[in-house]
Design a binder for this molecule. Structure first.
Ligand SMILES: *[C@@H]1O[C@H](CO)[C@@H](O)[C@H](O)[C@H]1NC(C)=O
Length: 788
């Protein structure tokens, strides 16, 4: 009743209304929690409807300071507010206290402050005033004739009208009679639940696959068809002990549904604003949503993600940038990760300004390299030379770009989508000639600006001089005092000279690999550091600093702490705390003291947790991070033996390359030797292949354990480690688990099937080895590839 009095002071009228409700509800302790909504019991203001066991809660919500209010449903027991359903996503109300959700004529309706109908369950059946709305503990809001109805007695289910989230038990149906499909449609952006562009639904053509569409028209992803156990493009679904999957197809409908084997697990699928479908599982221990899987894997595989004239870049954030000469059409959208509005030209083409194209300056072309070219090009047959191709584009005012290659001349008219910036070493990269307004090229051709130009140069010169003097003074000070500049939180920007001194001119080498060597050093405060000199880092100073600051914010018990960095000229160095125990490498292979199995298992789990933390919280932020992950963790040598095939094949590197390397490390933890080392008896056998074979043949895995341990190890743990390691080193990235899953498998939360032997390993299989097995794993691969 104390609550009542407080409310009363603020809004007398409203609280009078609440008071009435609270009397009728006095048996339920929290004033604002309703168990039903009926014709006499509406929901308004801060009241919520709560499910019986308190799993879910429904009520008005807004995001940030927005005055758009929605009726939404969220998890009541989860600390991170997560909306699973929104009733009026495209029709917000502006005042929650005078709007209400109530039963009217047998329907659940949302009325705004002026009593206008904003949203309704739209049932046409007999209107009955005994109808009530109840929220079930599954997250299904139902309408029924009785307050304690079950889902099967419902007249209406919110499960039939999903927003962006698919909860266990819900079906995403294709009605074969009406040919209607239920969609999951992403929010417009992270702060706006309005209908977005990306939606997931069952293929209306009955192929038993789920598809993702852009703007309901353009399909850009498929789950592959249901093969009885999994969707063939989603191998991660292979049997596990967390989910039960079912696909039902009969004359009336087909649908897929999933349930959890353990009811205390909280999991959801969501059609994300990124255009990817994602599955999350709630981790109580970290109070976070753990990403289980997401598809399509690459952000740039999402159709039109960066909008018109946007350039998508998989390897650095933000993923989207406007092409030169263009700027975001709607900056507010870009700020929220909604790039769909794309970019617009900053300056008009000369041909758009002047009726006589021969007068004044001409539009020109900017050469952009390493691109995946946009779609919808027109091929110009007559242009046999690049110059002809260029003049075709120049003479056509609507032409925005052209490309000229061995297949001929291609021009783009007006807006184009899906341009992707590839990495420098991508062999599929092509060149685009982008038309730009003459005014975009700041050269000396125009005469009007000369005076301003000279004045500008003079002022600029002075500024540069001043800056130089300042830098020199600061440098000098730094050298004198040995002080280091602190930037971005706790990270230190070291001077190269300081690191040279600390490492005695890089004299004590701790290790080396493909990406740089690591040296031991001692700072003036006598703390011991490991300094890594990065080789072949081609990025600019600013980018490097941003990326380093990203790693710097990563703090995890299983990660080596990054203390700072140095970026001077073309020198790029990372400074870590020194690990007195030495690297895993030296402990495992060189020490005379043998690591006990329990210690190895803890190491395996520790690295997995560290990587999972990095991947799920920080991956995708930076190329540097991506290429440097393994190094961040340990000083394991970056030799070929640990590298995933995609490093060699040149496709984009993702977190799954780390998973691969991690898998290789796991094998070595078990065997206590390098994967490619021959056995003492001289028999050459590639350990991962051997391990996979022993698993498949059902032999005792103890035989795989480091012989120095004399069989002293936990068979179940070893089996888990070998299984997960074999999945990690699969050739196809999509077959590899995420690090989050690895942790779960190692912890025994998640179980996995026997993995196929990776194709690249087959090269190592002796002739006498099981040939059925070889064929089987090959065919697994062709299935996956065919459907890509
Ligand atoms: C989506 O499609 C509708 C018509 O179907 C069209 O009006 C709208 O402009 C499209 N949206 C975008 C972003 O292209």
């Amino acid at each position: 009743m104390i609550n009542n009095i407080n409310i009363m002071k603020r809004k007398p009228l409203f609280s009078f209304f609440l008071l009435i409700i609270s009397f009728s509800l006095h048996t339920f302790p929290p004033l604002s929690a309703l168990t039903i909504i009926s014709s006499t019991q509406p929901l308004s203001g801060d009241q919520t409807l709560v499910s019986k066991d308190g799993n879910f809660e429904l009520g008005f919500f807004n995001i940030g300071n927005s005055s758009n209010y929605y009726i939404g449903m969220w998890y009541k027991k989860i600390s991170t507010r997560t909306y699973v359903w929104v009733a009026n996503r495209d029709y917000p109300v502006s005042d929650k206290t005078s709007s209400k959700l109530v039963i009217s004529d047998g329907n659940l309706v949302l009325l705004d402050q002026s009593k206008n109908l904003v949203w309704s369950t739209n049932l046409s059946s007999t209107s009955s005033n005994s109808v009530v709305a109840v929220l079930l503990d599954t997250g299904n809001l139902i309408l029924s004739n009785r307050p304690h109805a079950s889902a099967s007695q419902a007249l209406w289910h919110s499960f039939d009208f999903p927003t962006d989230t698919w909860l266990p038990g819900a079906k995403l149906k294709l009605d074969k009679i009406t040919n209607k499909t239920q969609h999951l449609t992403a929010w417009k952006n992270s702060e706006d639940p309005a209908t977005g562009l990306f939606s997931l639904k069952l293929d209306p053509n009955g192929t038993n696959s789920y598809l993702i569409f852009w703007n309901n028209t353009q399909q850009y992803w498929t789950s592959g068809s249901w093969n009885g156990q999994i969707f063939v493009m989603v191998p991660i679904m292979w049997s596990n002990n967390v989910f039960n999957f079912a696909f039902v197809s009969n004359d009336n409908e087909s649908y897929f549904t999933f349930s959890l084997q353990n009811n205390s697990t909280i999991s959801r699928f969501v059609m994300d604003v990124s255009g990817q479908v994602k599955q999350f599982t709630w981790l109580e221990s970290t109070q976070q949503w753990n990403l289980f899987w997401s598809q399509p894997r690459g952000q740039c595989q999402v159709y039109a993600f960066c909008g018109a004239f946007g350039s998508c870049n998989e390897i650095s954030k933000p993923y989207c940038n406007c092409l030169n000469g263009y700027e975001p059409k709607l900056q507010s959208g870009w700020d929220l990760g909604d790039y769909s509005n794309g970019c617009v030209k900053t300056n008009k083409f000369q041909c758009e300004l002047s009726s006589d194209p021969s007068s004044g300056a001409k539009d020109r072309f900017l050469t952009k390299v390493n691109l995946a070219l946009p779609e919808q090009a027109r091929r110009v047959v007559e242009a046999g030379l690049r110059e002809e191709c260029e003049s075709t584009c120049l003479s056509n005012c609507s032409c925005t770009a052209y490309a000229f290659n061995s297949s001929g001349c291609f021009i783009w008219r007006g807006e184009f989508l899906n341009l992707q910036q590839l990495s420098e070493d991508d062999r599929n990269g092509q060149t685009l000639f982008l038309k730009l307004a003459a005014s975009e090229f700041h050269d000396s051709k125009s005469n009007n600006g000369t005076t301003i130009g000279i004045a500008g140069v003079a002022v600029g010169g002075i500024m540069i001089l001043l800056a130089l003097v300042l830098i020199l003074v600061i440098r000098r000070r730094k050298i004198l005092t040995g002080a280091r500049t602190s930037v971005e939180g706790s990270l230190i920007a070291f001077a190269y000279r300081d690191l040279q001194n600390a490492t005695k001119n890089f004299s004590v080498k701790l290790g080396g690999g493909g990406f740089g060597s690591v040296f031991k050093g001692i700072l003036p405060d006598s703390s011991v550091i490991a300094v890594k000199k990065l080789e072949s880092i081609s990025q600019g100073e600013k980018q490097f600093r941003t990326e380093v600051s990203t790693i710097g914010t990563v703090q995890h018990v299983n990660l080596v702490r990054l203390r700072g960095f140095c970026s001077e000229g073309d020198k790029r160095l990372l400074v870590y705390d020194y690990m007195p125990n030495g690297s895993l490498d030296s402990n495992l292979f060189k020490n005379s003291k043998v690591l006990h199995w329990k210690v190895r298992f803890e190491i395996a789990l520790g690295i997995a947790r560290g990587l999972a933390y990095l991947h799920e919280k920080y991956f995708g932020l930076a190329k540097l991070v991506g290429r440097d992950f393994s190094r961040v963790l340990t000083t394991i040598r970056g030799t070929l033996g640990y590298l995933a095939p995609e490093w060699i094949s040149g496709v984009a590197i993702t977190a799954k390359a780390d998973v691969y390397s991690y898998g290789k490390v796991l094998f070595e933890l078990v065997s206590g030797r390098r994967n490619s080392d021959p056995y003492k008896d001289g028999q050459v056998s590639f350990f991962p292949t051997l391990a996979a074979n022993i698993l498949h043949q059902g032999k005792n895995v103890i035989s795989l354990l480091d012989s120095r341990l004399e069989g002293d190890g936990d068979v179940e743990e070893i089996t888990r480690v070998i299984k997960v390691a074999s999945w990690c080193v699969q050739d196809a990235e999509t077959d590899r688990p995420s690090m989050g899953q690895v942790v779960q498998i190692l912890e025994g939360v998640l179980d996995v099937d026997l993995p196929p032997i990776p194709r690249l390993f087959l090269a190592f299989v002796d002739d006498h080895e099981d040939s059925i097995f070889v064929t089987k794993s090959n065919s697994t691969h062709s299935t996956h590839q065919d459907t890509f």
